[in-house]
Design a binder for this molecule. Sequence first.
Ligand SMILES: Nc1ncnc2c1ncn2[C@@H]1O[C@H](COP(=O)(O)OP(=O)(O)OP(=O)(O)O)[C@@H](O)[C@H]1O
Ligand SMILES: N[C@@H](CCO)C(=O)O
Length: 319
Amino acid sequence: MAVFTPVTLDDLSQWIKQFPLGKAVALKGIASGIENSNFFLTTERGEYVLTIFENLDFEQLPFYVQLMRHLADRGIPVPAPVANDAGELVVALHGKPAAIVSKLDGSSQMDPQPVHCAEVGAMLAKMHLAGRDFPLHQPNLRGLDWWTETVPKVLPYLDTGTAALLRSELAFQRDFAAGTTYAALERGPVHADLFRNNVMFVGERLSGCFDFYFAGWDTWLFDLAVTVNDWCIDLDTGRLDDARVIALTRAYHAVRPFTAADHAAWQPMLRAAALRFWLSRLFDFHRPRAAEMLTPHDPTHFERVLRERIAHGAPDLTA
Ligand SMILES: Nc1ncnc2c1ncn2[C@@H]1O[C@H](COP(=O)(O)OP(=O)(O)OP(=O)(O)O)[C@@H](O)[C@H]1O
Ligand SMILES: N[C@@H](CCO)C(=O)O
């Protein structure tokens, strides 16, 4: 991650008083991640994570933090946002929106086995069902509309062949999204970025997931495809590992059974999920933002994943 906006312990001495957390005693910038400025915060009351939001504004943020609150209240293992003395979950710090959330135990499992994938699949389905009655609506801000407006911005940086793939896949996805199968897919609040680095494990037990700052209303199947494209692949080739795909999707299906539309949309949705992250990585790579610590992700990884999804289908759902 970056620290785009530096924060010191002194900066917090007054600011933290509005929260029921006691004094701030330690603060450490977090190097992983690329979107926001994150810090491990220790106060007299415990361990937290302070996030300063670099791209989201005060109008957009309530959706994310209220969704985390909603899911936490329903037993989904997500960070619980801390309200200040006015009941606010998002408060200005250095002129930007900021939030404090509980720190999850455990660590990321970056080399997942089927057992880990099954935990993720079951938790994702429970998250989707728990979100059905969430009252706030906000679209997935990195969905089809964003792809349509962003592709032209990155095309000038690409060679002819790569640009042709990007153009053709966007056209394919726009056509798919206009169809009856897509219209029949179940929708609700989705995480939309459930990569391995956004989930915590203690041993083989999933202990929590975080980074809801790309969440939005979208198809549940898109969320599943994003997750499978990161948890169930050979990282060098982008090829799917059938054992992990089957473990994750079967565990998901046991909680939220797949519909006929899910089955019909699975292959194109895996392509959509690959396109989304190929495009965001291209955008970040060619139009970088200044930051104290930033390790941008490799766009060609998701170009490989997309080419692989086009060339070879995935195992059918609940195979
Ligand atoms: N609630 C939490 N509990 C424990 N660790 C956390 C928590 N939130 C964030 N972290 C740590 O901070 C890191 C960065 O967080 P996060 O992924 O939200 O940042 P980001 O800038 O949105 O990155 P990206 O979107 O690229 O994943 C995580 O990889 C994790 O190590
Ligand atoms: N998880 C994303 C970064 C945050 O959106 C990626 O790996 O490209």
